[in-house]
Design a binder for this molecule. Structure first.
Ligand code: FAD
Length: 318
C-alpha cells in the first residue's frame, strides 16, 4: 500500500483531534506516515501509533517556533523526499494553508484546500469540497506531482487503530530563507474552558437577533450545557458584542461541526460560507421567512429569549 504523509498538529506533544481525524482519512488512501515538528514532537508517538501511523518522523528543532512557516516547509519537503507519498494531508488552518501552498510549489504539484473528505481514486487521491452553501459538492484531483490537501476539522471520525509507529529522527537541513522572519513575541489567548471554535463538535452561534452583548450569556449557557464552542455573526461582532476571534463566515472562521445552532442569525451568504458544511444545522429565528431556514435541518420559529433558555434547561436536565 502507498504511503500517505500526515502533518501532525500538536501543542507541546499533545496531538489535536483534527490530526486523528486526518489519520482516519489517510488510512482509506494507504498507509499513514506521520510527521511531527517542534517542541514535544517526540511525545506524540504513542497517540499517533494508536491511530494508525506506521512511521513517525520527528524533528524538534527550535527553528519551528522561532521563525515563521519556512522551516516547516523545509522539513516537510525533506519528509516528502524521504517517504515519496501519494499525498500530503494537513489540517485546514491559516498557517497550514500557507505551508501547503509553499510545499506544493516546491513539489511542482498542486494544492486543494478545505476538503471535507479525500477519496481514493485510480489516478490519485480525489479531494471533496463543498461549495455555495453546500449546494454543490466538487471533486478534484491534482494532475501532476504529489498532491497537498488541507482537510477541514470534523471531516472524519476518530478511529483508534494500532500500528507500528516506528519513530525516525528527521534530520532537517534548513534553507537560507528559513531564518528570514523571526517571531518576536507570542501571547496565549485567555482560555474560556470551551473547545476551540474550528475544532468543536458542536458550535452555538448568536447574531444580531440577540439584541445586546449581555444576551450572549444565553448562547454561552447553552454552549456550556452542550460542551460546545461559541460562534457569532459579523453583525454581532461589528456591534462589539463578541470578540472577532469567534466570528463565523467569509471574513471569520470556517467551522464544520457535527451540530451548528444558529440563533438570531438571518443566514446571509457570507455567514453560510463559514458554516455550510456543518453536519446538522439548527436555526432559531422569530422570522419564519429568514433565509437560514433554507439551509437548516431543524428550524424553530420563535423568540430566542424564550427558546434558548428552554433548550439549555432541557439539555442540562439530561
Ligand atoms: P441580521 O441579518 O440582522 O439577522 C438577524 C436575525 O435575527 C434576523 O433574521 C431576525 O429575524 C432574527 N431575530 C431578531 N430578533 C430575534 C429574536 N428575538 N429571536 C429570534 N430571532 C430574532 N457575516 C457573517 O456572519 N460572517 C462573515 O464572515 C461575514 N463576512 C462578510 C464579508 C463581506 C465582504 C460582507 C459584505 C458581509 C459579510 N458579513 C458576514 C455580513 C453579512 O452580510 C450579514 O450582514 C451578517 O451575517 C448578518 O448578521 P446577522 O444574521 O446576525 O444579522
Amino acid at each position: 500500500m502507498a504511503d500517505v504523509l500526515v502533518v501532525v498538529d500538536h501543542v507541546e506533544g499533545s496531538v489535536r483531534k483534527p490530526t486523528l481525524e486526518l489519520l482516519t482519512v489517510a488510512r482509506r488512501l494507504g498507509t499513514p506516515v506521520a510527521v511531527a515538528l517542534g517542541a514535544g514532537a517526540g511525545r506524540t508517538v504513542e497517540v499517533l501509533a494508536g491511530h494508525g501511523a506506521s512511521r513517525i518522523l520527528v524533528s524538534e528543532a527550535g527553528e519551528y517556533a522561532d521563525f515563521l512557516v519556512v522551516p516547516k516547509v523545509d522539513a516537510l519537503h525533506q519528509a516528502v523526499k524521504l517517504v515519496d507519498p501519494v499525498a500530503v494531508l494537513t489540517v485546514s488552518s491559516g498557517e497550514n494553508k500557507e505551508i501547503a501552498a509553499r510545499l506544493a510549489l516546491r513539489l511542482e504539484s498542486g494544492v486543494v484546500t478545505d476538503a471535507v473528505d479525500v477519496e481514493a481514486g485510480g489516478e490519485g487521491p480525489v479531494a471533496v469540497q463543498s461549495a455555495f452553501a453546500a449546494s454543490y459538492t466538487t471533486r478534484s484531483r491534482v494532475t501532476r506531482g504529489i498532491p497537498v490537501i488541507t482537510v477541514k476539522p470534523n471531516s472524519a471520525p476518530v478511529e483508534p487503530a494500532a500500528a507500528a509507529g516506528a519513530v525516525e529522527e528527521l534530520a532537517v537541513e534548513f534553507s537560507p530563507a528559513a531564518r528570514g522572519t523571526r517571531v518576536v513575541s507570542r501571547s496565549a489567548r485567555e482560555s474560556t474552558g470551551r473547545p476551540e471554535l474550528t475544532e468543536a463538535a458542536i458550535v452555538v452561534s448568536g447574531g444580531r437577533g440577540l439584541g445586546s452583548g449581555e444576551n450572549f450569556a444565553l448562547i454561552e449557557a447553552l454552549a456550556d450545557a452542550l460542551g460546545a464552542a461559541v460562534g457569532a455573526s459579523r453583525a454581532a461582532v461589528d456591534a462589539g458584542w463578541y470578540p472577532h476571534a469567534h466570528q463565523v463566515g467569509q471574513t471569520g472562521k470556517s467551522v464544520s461541526p457535527q451540530l451548528y445552532i444558529a440563533s438570531g442569525i438571518s443566514g446571509a451568504i457570507q455567514h453560510r460560507a463559514g458554516m455550510q458544511t456543518s453536519k446538522t444545522i439548527v436555526a432559531i429565528n422569530k422570522d419564519a421567512e429568514a433565509p437560514i431556514f433554507d439551509l437548516a435541518d431543524y428550524g424553530i420559529v420563535g423568540d430566542l429569549h424564550t427558546v434558548v433558555p428552554q433548550l439549555t434547561e432541557e439539555v442540562a436536565a439530561r
